[in-house]
Design a protein around this ligand. Structure first.
Ligand SMILES: Cc1cc2nc3c(=O)[nH]c(=O)nc-3n(C[C@H](O)[C@H](O)[C@H](O)COP(=O)(O)O)c2cc1C
Length: 143
């Protein structure tokens, strides 16, 4: 059964580009092997990740990620059964906030900062759909 799990967490310390590259490299390698796809957003010191794939596998990957000391305050924000994947071409796409995509990150926030913790499941879904619609110009690290 296919599911999508969306969670947010906060960076536990200042992460450099090496940390981010390392997270992305292990994510892409492991997720390809596990048949997991999704996207990882980073803005205002907050990670927002959507993981999609087989329910048992997604749950296992999420629990592995939880043990990672590079982030804290994890919270599952949405968990749903889906009929199809949204990110089938991304083993894990990274989208970090930049001047160009600033609007997209703030469009769905009720505050002046990117705050996925306060977003509903529907709002998060609309945010990710917007990312997919705009993927051509978004600064996404290819996988
Ligand atoms: C915000 C964040 C997102 C992550 N996403 C994934 C992921 O999607 N898949 C994954 O396998 N590991 C992910 N990781 C890394 C795992 O926590 C863990 O370091 C990694 O899976 C260990 O695998 P390795 O021993 O092959 O390096 C993530 C870590 C962080 C901090």
């Amino acid at each position: 059964m296919l599911v999508q799990l969306t969670y947010a967490s906060r960076v536990s310390r200042t992460l450099g580009s090496t940390d981010i590259k390392d997270i992305l490299r292990s994510s892409q390698e492991n997720n390809k092997a596990d048949g997991v796809t999704g996207a990882l957003c980073l803005s205002d010191g907050i990670f927002l990740q959507i993981l999609e794939g087989d329910r048992t596998v997604v749950n296992r990957v999420y629990h592995r990620i939880l043990n990672d000391a590079r982030h804290k305050d994890p919270a599952i924000l949405d968990y749903r059964e889906v009929t199809a994947r949204s990110f089938s071409e991304w083993s894990m796409g990274l989208i970090t906030r930049s001047d160009e995509n600033r609007q997209l990150f703030l469009k769905y926030s009720s505050t002046a900062n990117f705050d996925p913790y306060s977003m509903s499941g529907e709002t998060l879904s609309a945010f990710f759909q917007d990312i997919l619609n705009n993927v051509r110009w978004l600064r996404k690290t290819p996988d």
